[in-house]
Each structure stands twice: as structure tokens, then as C-alpha cells.
Design a protein around this ligand. Sequence first.
Ligand code: ZN
Length: 362
Amino acid sequence: MASYHIRATFLPEGDAPSDLWVLDGHLTFQPVEGAEVLGPLSGFVLPGMVDAHAHLAMDMGGGRRPPGPAVIEANVSANLAAGVTAIRDPGSPRSETLEWVQSGGRPGFPVQAASRFLAPEGRYQPIAEWADAESLPDAAAAHARAGAPWVKVVADWPRFDKALGKRVVPANYDEVTFRATVDAVHAAGGRVAVHCAGDAAPACVAAGVDSIEHGDALDSALLAAMARKNIAWTPTLAMTEQLALVSTRDDEARRRFVNDRYDAYRALLPEAARLGVTVLAGTDMLPHGSIAREVESLVRHGLEPRIALSAASSGARAFLGFPPFAEGAPADLVLFAADPRNHPEVLAKPSLVMLGGVITTR
Ligand SMILES: [Zn+2]
């Protein structure tokens, strides 16, 4: 296997170039004789990026290909070309991604896959496995026992309330049910991610779920509790913006609703960082390989660039348990010609992507 020498500023925190080498597919900080020097010299290196909310089984590119291995393979490749070398998949319609991982997946490309979405009947898209409050803890634990590192519960779901004349987002389960579910999944060795965009937020945080996906209804007090309990937040912000762009054409109420949310994010994201909440970058329904858009959106909504980069790399790796950028770890990395902290546009154009010591994009 080829060995390499890279001299670059280590992102997201570094401020001067350092040296690293790649030997037998792994990182080392000990010089390697005869290693090929990889440019650009004095460039910038980021640990392989992580998309913490990418539904690999789903065709997000506007096509209608059914979930399955061909779609998953294509989506992994699109992510890899964008500098993403690890993924958490928060659910597929029939556990397709988990099955793909369990049958070998893409060698060297770690994917933590949730199983099938769990929701009460009629309280999510019909791709979910229906579980009422009584059966949720056992159903969720069964997913974890079957090998799912993450179990995805749909904690709340919107509907239009005719009497109130507005959209409401009621909780799908109560705190007691969330708590029993979290305990059961943890006992089976899994973690719980919740789709939580509305009223379920207080119950989910109180129950100690592991990550809040979307989190539109979070506030300062909930963020403080999340920091204490090590609950991560995946805002999926660029996806929300995308929805807003679509909605401005036809629905004034929805446009106002989404704009209000932007204002909330501009206050909440810096607050989350200040409190020490782990923020994770996730693209959800955007086309696969859109991680740069999420980082850019996080920065535009008030997150410091180094923290937004961490949300898509080192911070996400630490929280999710993917290998760190350290001696002996797989050489999964991305090189940039300019500093993405000052030039966010370069994030979408890595000059080199390496997975397990193999250059996949250059
Ligand atoms: Zn999602």
C-alpha cells in the first residue's frame, strides 16, 4: 500500500501546519521514509466528515428508485466524493440500510444504521413500523437486540388543527413511554434517536434519549438539560431551508412558521455551543453528498465555523464513536486548498478525499 506525507493545518482547531503520514492505511505522526508528499502543501486537513442524519436507503436525488442496496451504494459513493467517510443513518422504511451493513456494507466505510422508524399507527408516513405506547419499549428493544446501534422513534408529528386553524405538532408518546423505551434500548446495547420537531421535546429530554433530530421546539432550558445529559442535537437546518424555499411559493402560513424557526435557530445554535451541547451535521432529505450545505447553513445561523466543522467531523466522531483523528486510526481524511473556516465555499470542493489510506477523490 502507498504511504503518504501530508503537511497541513489540522482542522477544525489548528492554526499552523503540522505533519502527518499515512502508513498501511492508517494515520501516524511518526515520519515514514520515502512517503509520497501529498499537496497542496500548507493546505488544510479535516478528519473524514460525518453525516449524522443521512437516509442511505432513500433516493433523495429526485428519482423514485426503491430503497435497496443499489440506492445505498450510490448514496455512499456520493457522500464519499463530498468528503464524508462515516454515516449515521437514522432509519429506513424496511431496515434496508441495517441489512446492508449486516451483510458487509462498504468495506472501510463505517455506517451506524438505525432500524425501521417506530411510530404510533397513522402518526408518521406509512413506511414506519406501528407501535402504540404499550408496545414501544419492547419493539424498540427488539430492534437493538437484532443489532441496530440506533433505534429511531418518531416522537411527534404535525397535523393541521381545524379548530385552531393552524398546524400543530403533538407528541406521539408520553414521558413515561419514552423513559421505558430509552431504558429498554440502552439495556439491549443500543441508542435512541428521536424525530422531534414539536411538542415531544420536553418529554424526550427528560427521558434521556441520545439524540434529538430536528429539534425545532428546543429552548434554552432544554438545551441546558441536553448538555447535562449528553444528548446531541441534529438540527438538519439546510433541509429546513430547502423546504422553506419550496413553501414560499404557495403557503403563507408555512412560510411564516419556517421563518420563525430561523430566528429561533439564530439564538439557539450559539446558545447550544456555549452550553456544550454536541451539535451534529445532518442533511436528511437533501441529495446525498450535501454535507457542505449543512455546515454553511449552521455557520449562517450563528455557529462559529470551527464548531460547525466539528459538528461534521471530529465532534460527530467523538459523540457517535467513529475513530478519532489519532495515531493508528484508519486514514480517513479530507484535504482543502484553502481554510474552510474563512472560505466556507471550499468545503464543497475537497482537493483530496482519502478512505482507509486509499485516495478516492483527487
Ligand atoms: Zn430524517
